[in-house]
Write a protein that binds this ligand. Structure first.
Ligand code: HMG
Length: 299
């Protein structure tokens, strides 16, 4: 399969990245991050989550973040909504696109959203109906597609029906998440081969964490499988509260560098993106998780 000419990057740093940071982050710092990402040319930014603040304290204040950001026309600013309450809060905050999230492993589903996989899919139905009636698009996630912190190996055959269910209920795109970052390029190719028999490739995305240093290889493997949407996190922000040692998502800067080297357009300005990543890394007092950013800012 030939490589795509254009790839869309879904920037998940303000949500997947910041949700895992230990120290409190002010609304102003979150707003600044989203604005910096808009300036860098990202066309899709996941801004926050409308989830229980007891479960994910860092995402409290997502409505204030939405109220504070400068929204550029043509850019999608999305949020997670795990239940009807989350959707209603998102709508009240003026959110135009939400994401629901399921898992391919039962144990992870229980720990993450406190219900079984099938209960979660049932819970999403009224969200889909309400979103549809408000003209809000819904993206779907499947976690633990290449491994689970509790159950170990997860097969592509376990992932496919969950992805299919999300697609069938109306998710316009389903993002497959290697939550603990253990997957290899071979696993990734097989995953997309199997899942694309149930959901068209054009409606699948790859979401890779870099725990084992395989994320960039997995993006390349996915490109070879005809996938052209990837979730990534500026400065490689994040981790996973349920997976010991898990690192953040693949750094957006590193994916962008890969894409530029392949002559694939994404509309993003690497220098501005690096500046955005440096700024939030300084705010958080952490090392920048992007290899490209570290190399470009060394010395
Ligand atoms: C799903 C629930 C809400 C179920 O939570 P629950 O405890 O089963 O629900 P509940 O209905 O019994 O409610 C419990 C409490 O939460 C409140 N509540 C209930 N709903 C909401 C809401 N929407 N917003 C705010 N508060 C809410 C509710 O009002 C109540 O408050 P209390 O009476 O105890 O004071 C909970 O489990 C939850 O919020 N979990 C958080 C899950 C989460 O955000 N995980 C991280 C994102 S997923 C991810 O990172 C993976 C991904 C997508 O990146 C891909 C990958 O890498 O794998």
């Amino acid at each position: 399969m030939s490589l795509p000419k254009h790839v869309r990057l879904v920037e998940v740093g303000p949500r997947d990245g910041l949700q895992n940071e230990a120290q409190p982050i002010s609304v102003a710092d979150k707003v600044r991050l989203v604005d910096d990402l808009t300036e860098a040319g990202l066309s899709y930014i996941e801004v926050g989550s409308f989830v229980s603040p007891k479960w994910v304290p860092q995402m409290a204040g997502s409505a204030e973040v939405f109220a504070g950001i400068r929204q550029r026309p043509g850019v999608t600013y999305a949020a997670l909504a795990p239940n009807l309450r989350g959707l209603e809060d998102a709508l009240a905050a003026g959110v135009k696109e939400v994401a629901v999230f399921a898992a391919a492993s039962e144990a992870f589903s229980q720990r993450n959203i406190n219900c079984s996989i099938s209960e979660s899919l049932t819970r999403f139905e009224p969200i889909m109906d309400a979103a549809r009636s408000h003209g809000v698009r819904v993206r779907g996630y499947v976690s633990c597609v290449l491994g689970c912190p509790y159950e170990g190996k997860v097969s592509a055959e376990q992932v496919a029906p969950v992805a299919r269910a999300l697609h069938d209920m109306g998710c316009y795109e389903v993002s497959l998440g290697d939550t603990i970052g253990t997957g290899t390029a071979g696993d990734t190719r097989r995953l997309f081969e199997v899942v694309s028999k149930q959901v068209p490739r054009e409606q699948l995305a790859g979401h890779f964490h870099d725990t084992y240093g395989q994320a960039l290889a997995n993006v390349y493997a996915s490109l070879l499988e005809g996938i052209n949407v990837f979730d990534s996190s500026v400065a490689g922000l994040g981790g996973c509260p349920y997976a010991k040692g898990a690192t953040g998502n693949i750094a957006t800067e590193d994916v962008l560098y890969l894409l530029q080297g392949l002559g694939i357009d994404s509309g993003i300005d690497l220098d501005r993106l690096i500046a955005a990543g440096q700024r939030i890394s300084t705010v958080l007092g952490r090392a920048n998780g992007s290899r490209v950013a570290r190399a470009r800012t060394a010395g």
